[in-house]
Structure formats: structure tokens, C-alpha cells
Design a protein around this ligand. Structure first.
Ligand code: PRP
Ligand code: URA
Length: 215
């Protein structure tokens, strides 16, 4: 039994627009084109909440009518790190809201028998230790992929990390909280459970296949 509470480390962003869009991609009849578009849109909508605590600095500017002290984002540009493949589906939507962000890539797939993650690629921008690193994957199932991906970015020095997903199983949230208690988790929908094959129920099926039209 996994009882998940919304707190400063687990945030279910249950906005009506997000709920509506999630319903569209959960439907089995939704095709690749629509699915891909909506995954990106939800990624973009989640950005408001994910970036709520970004730091600002004051700068002196002049508007057409008066000088003023205004605010702008401070520090190094943040990094979006999708877990391939499905994480790629959210990147464009997030970049629309954060066009200056850097992008790192984490190549990882879940072995279908063992459900353990297998790494195959990693590439990150420099100064990762000074940046907010947002690890992105639409699905948090057993939590194995997210835990390994965050291990990878921590090994390279990242200290300020957030994890963002669309649909999570309570099992995955518990595992990620246990292994990386310092990493806040942002979720669009917290579902019921995993089935015996490690799929989220009710979920939306195999997200990578639905985004890329494979299968
Ligand atoms: C899916 C999903 C996550 C992982 C979640 O990827 O996108 O990365 O499974 O499962 P977990 O929490 O049990 O690790 P998949 O392995 O299907 O690879 P793909 O994105 O390349 O399709
Ligand atoms: N990966 C997916 O794409 N879907 C699930 O339900 C679980 C893991």
C-alpha cells in the first residue's frame, strides 16, 4: 500500500486544462499526431508550477515613460533532461515556455523482462552543478528509470534537480522519494497502481510507442 501525500516534494498539478488534455491522450483511439501534440501542450502547462520558485534579480530599466527597478531571472540557464525516448515528447512544449533552456539527453529503456532500466546514452551541458536540472519523462511506473536518470545527473555534479512526469503510479512515487528524497516530483495525474507487466493502470499505454508511432 502506497499512500502518497501532496507536500513540498510531491505536487500533483491538477489544473482543469491539464485534466482535460490528459483525458484525450488516455483514450485508446487518440492517434499519434494528436497524442504527440497534447503531450507537448501538457509539458508546457506544467512549466508554470515547476518554475514557481526560480530566483529573480533586480535590474534598472527604462520603460517608454519612466525608469524603474524590474525583475529578471538570475543565475545559469536551467537544463531540461528528457529520458529517451518518451521524455523527448515533452521537450518542445517546455521549450516554448523556456526558450533559453539548455537540453541534456538521457538514453534509457526498461528491459521488458526484468523491468530494470538499461542506459545507452548521456550528454549534458556544462556547469550542470550550477543549474536547475529538470528531468522529464511522461511515465513514472516502477520508478527504476527515474531513479537511474537522477543517479546519472547527480554523478555529474547536479545538486538542484526536479522530476516531472505526466502519469505516475504510487509505487514509482514511493521508490523515487525513497532513493532521492531531495528531488521534488511534479505529476499531472497520480493513477491507481501498476499491473503485473509494470504498466500504469489506468495509465495511457506505452507512451514512447504512442508518441513515435512504433507498434
Ligand atoms: C518508459 C517510460 C519511462 C519508463 C518508466 O520508457 O517512458 O522511461 O518506461 O518505467 P519505470 O518507472 O518502470 O522505469 P520505455 O522503457 O518504454 O522506453 P521508451 O521511452 O524508449 O519507449
Ligand atoms: N512505460 C509506459 O510507457 N507506460 C507505462 O504504463 C509504464 C511504463
Amino acid at each position: 500500500m502506497h499512500s502518497i501525500q501532496n507536500d513540498e516534494f510531491v505536487l500533483v498539478i491538477d489544473h482543469p486544462l491539464i485534466k482535460h488534455k490528459l483525458t484525450q491522450i488516455r483514450k485508446k483511439e487518440t492517434g499519434t499526431n494528436e497524442f504527440r501534440k497534447i503531450v507537448n501542450e501538457i509539458g508546457g502547462l506544467m512549466v508554470y508550477e515547476i518554475t514557481r520558485d526560480l530566483e529573480l534579480e533586480n535590474i534598472d530599466i527604462e520603460t517608454p515613460v519612466a525608469p524603474m527597478t524590474a525583475e529578471q531571472l538570475s543565475g545559469e540557464k536551467l537544463v531540461i533532461c528528457p529520458i529517451l525516448r518518451a521524455g523527448l515528447g515533452m521537450v518542445d512544449g517546455i521549450l516554448q515556455m523556456l526558450p533559453s533552456a539548455k537540453v541534456g539527453h538521457i538514453g534509457m529503456y526498461r528491459d521488458e523482462e526484468t523491468l530494470k532500466p538499461v542506459e545507452y546514452f548521456a550528454k549534458f551541458p556544462n556547469k550542470i552543478e550550477e543549474r536547475l536540472v529538470i528531468v522529464v519523462d511522461p511515465m513514472l511506473a516502477t520508478g527504476g528509470s527515474a531513479v537511474s536518470a537522477i543517479d546519472m545527473v547527480k554523478k555529474r555534479g547536479a545538486k538542484n534537480i526536479k522530476f516531472v512526469c505526466l502519469v505516475a503510479a504510487p509505487e514509482g512515487v514511493s521508490e523515487l522519494r525513497k532513493q532521492h528524497p531531495d528531488v521534488p516530483i511534479y505529476i499531472a495525474a497520480l493513477d491507481e497502481r501498476l499491473n503485473e507487466k509494470g504498466y500504469i493502470i489506468p495509465g495511457l499505454g506505452d507512451c514512447g510507442d504512442r508518441i513515435f508511432g512504433t507498434k
